[in-house]
Design a binder for this molecule. Sequence first.
Ligand code: ZN
Ligand code: ZN
Length: 261
Amino acid sequence: MLSNFHTHTERCKHAYGTEADYAETAYTMGLGILGFSDHGPFPDEDMGYRMDFNELPLYLSEIDKLSEKYKGKIQLYKGLEIEYHPKYMDYYRQLYDKFNMEYLALGEHMFTSTGGKVKNIFFAESTKDYIEYAENIAAALETGLFTFIAHPDIMFLNLHPHDKNCDKACDIILSTAEKYDVPLELNANGIRRGPRMYPEGMRLPYPYDRFWKQLSGSKQRVIIGSDCHTPEQIRDNSVIAAEKMCMELNLNVIDNIFTRS
Ligand SMILES: [Zn+2]
Ligand SMILES: [Zn+2]
């Protein structure tokens, strides 16, 4: 079944289209499942690139309405893509219990380094940051509150040459995902960004080959995420390229994050 669990909307201020636009386009494209995972707000601070906290109820009620409208045609899910920080543990629980969220995709863009400084993985100072980034992911998975890991290899968009720290960061993420049986997302948005020049030659910023090759033939569940920021991207050439990549790498691709292995 065609599905996508990584969908943004105009509420995050850097995507286009309403929830209704995405639902209609997904249905027209033949998807059986569409999960909304717009960038999640925090109640007390604005980290940018996300919806306002006061829009959260609207976002969810709109998806509820669309679920009714598309009943029997396409299954919609309510989710958010959000960063982990231990101080928000109660908030994550509230998202499920009070807001009736169905899943949280762990989308670590901002992460907390040792010493408490919040850093952006798009501007990693060195590959040492990758290890701290991976440790944040591990701590997040330990809580059991995150349903899948969005773009677990996004740190490799940085230009630092591959070294031992990179291997260690990959190890931490892969072993923790296995331990808690959490799906890893192979993200099509990295394909959309296009190949760039890196110290080791031309390659995509992510998906990062050396990361995914380690899962070749393994049982680790992999979900392909469109990470669409326009309705047309729900299933575009980048998603199709991601499917091909998974096939060539012999990954265990699933179409539903709620199905256990
Ligand atoms: Zn975004
Ligand atoms: Zn995203």
